[in-house]
Design a protein around this ligand. Sequence first.
Ligand SMILES: [Zn+2]
Length: 126
Amino acid sequence: MQKLLQAYQAQVEAKKPIPQENAKRYVPAKIKNYVLVKTNNTCAFPGCTKKYKYLHHTWRFALTKMHDPDSLIPLCKPHERLAHAGLIENENQSPENWKIKLEADKTNEKWLKADKWVAEYYTGKR
Ligand SMILES: [Zn+2]
């Protein structure tokens, strides 16, 4: 079973699309499909079993203008909100290393150039 799983993961990995740079907001189907196969359409937050709602850019699309299959993570709505609240520790690592933070770092680029605006949007200030 372990071997089968590894073979399956290798097969998925072999089909990894190249990152799309200077991208539009819309994630290309090839990249979207690759990312979703890895989590079987569920949220990738450790322990979460909800269906994904967003493809989350862990480096923030506003900063990178890139759709990178390695840093595009399917998340449910509450976990996407948590990410944009700056409350995921190790967000740039793979999700099994993620932890919830109690306080956001509001001095980093992600907060200043992306999450701050998202937060205002969600709270109706924009
Ligand atoms: Zn979730």
